[in-house]
Design a protein around this ligand. Structure first.
Ligand code: G3I
Length: 356
């Protein structure tokens, strides 16, 4: 008796949470592109998170679970357990899974780049790269439909097409590591789509670097299927003009485009960590909500116009309760960049993107 009451309560709970969400995001966008969300595997165990995700999304991205430091924390010791739980969730719920990411300067264990206490040789590093790509992609073949093969390899500064200073990949191998990574990935799982993923791709300087990088890599034989525009944006940028120019530019290379990590910060974009300044932390006022709603409305309107080249749009997080932007660029500064508020309720920006 008590057991059946419990079941009944659970059913009522999920009916309540879904009936208050009248419009499903992914269903609204069915004719345009699949809509996804980045998750941490532990969060999927929470009932409210689970029902919100199932109701609104058709694609998942691992926020951290498939990065090199998680998959191969020690040389040759592969741990697929966290990624596997996302695969199981995606399969149970008929969702597709984007792989993120194979080769990155960040969240890659230090052992990758060292050998007998010194810096590893280029030849040995390529072996490690190949081994990591082979093991990871073969493990997930048929379960992960697309990989961000190389992440954030373009430079931010004037004159630096490539990320040089803080990339061990670049320092040891030069720009050729990008081509190698794509070639290894193609061999490891010929059926997976292979993407290059980066941020600030709407800012003219960074965009020109990413464009050059992709042109060079393609000319050198890298089998690149598409580009991921991370879309860590703000209520102040990008402008509609810059966004449209970016989509035109990258589609001119014959690449598919995905929006891979969308969130819209209520602060201006900054890329360097710093301390909180007095009085700068914002409350989520109606004025900010309005600006954010206008920005979300604009970017989704543009995405819909480019549905012929955009093959997926993923939000980098579910609700404002958990976002990487609470710790970056300023640790401890609350941000409100997503479509659902800290309690999981739809925000005005959600309504503006389903009400077109
Ligand atoms: O796993 C450790 C845990 O053991 C430890 O107790 C805890 C204490 O801080 O840290 C945990 O690691 C954190 C990790 O997320 C997993 O939660 C790191 O500190 C934290 O820095 C890390 O942040 C991630 C960030 O990438 C790191 O580069 C964010 O969650 C993740 O959203 C973010 O995602 C990146 C994309 O991969 C690429 N594009 C930019 C995007 C935002 O930075």
């Amino acid at each position: 008796m008590r057991y059946s009451m419990l079941i009944l309560n659970l059913i009522l709970l999920s009916v309540n949470s879904i009936s208050s969400q009248s419009v499903s995001l992914y269903k609204t966008y069915q004719k345009y592109f699949p809509i996804g969300v980045a998750v941490m595997s532990d969060a999927l165990k929470e009932h409210a998170t689970d029902s919100l995700i199932k109701f609104h999304f058709k694609s998942l991205s691992p926020e951290n679970e498939m990065k090199p430091e998680v998959i191969q924390p020690q040389m040759g010791k592969f741990d697929f357990s966290k990624g596997d739980s996302l695969v199981a969730y995606a399969q149970r719920n008929d969702m597709r899974l984007r792989g993120h990411c194979l080769v990155w300067h960040n969240q890659t264990p230090k052992w990758f780049f060292s050998d007998n206490g010194g810096v590893i040789s280029k030849a040995k590093l390529y072996k490690r790269m190949k081994n990591h790509i082979n093991n990871t992609m073969r493990h997930y073949a048929g379960k992960v439909y697309l990989w961000d093969v190389v992440n954030e390899a373009a430079g931010d500064e004037e004159g630096a097409v490539y990320r040089e200073k803080n990339s061990s990949w670049y320092k040891i191998c030069g720009k050729d590591y990008i081509v190698k990574a794509f070639q290894y990935a193609k061999k490891a799982d010929p059926n997976a789509l292979l993407f290059y993923n980066d941020y600030d791709t709407e800012q003219p300087l960074k965009r020109s670097h990413v464009f050059q990088l992709l042109k060079d890599a393609k000319a050198a034989g890298a089998p690149i299927d598409g580009i991921g525009l991370q879309a860590h944006w703000s209520i102040y940028e990008p402008s509609e003009k810059n966004l449209r120019e970016t989509l035109d530019l990258f589609s001119s290379l014959g690449l598919k485009i995905q929006i891979t990590e969308l969130d819209i910060s209520v602060y201006p974009i900054e890329n360097i960590r710093r301390k909180l300044r007095d009085g700068e932390e914002l409350q989520y006022t109606p004025e900010l909500a309005q600006k954010q709603q206008e920005q979300y409305e604009m970017v989704f309107r543009v995405f819909r116009d480019y549905k012929h080249v955009i093959t997926g749009v993923t939000l980098w997080g579910l609700t404002d309760k958990n976002t990487w932007l609470d710790t970056f660029p300023v640790a401890g500064r609350k941000n409100y960049p997503l479509l659902f508020d800290v309690d999981g309720n739809e925000k005005a920006c959600f309504k503006s993107i389903v009400g077109f």
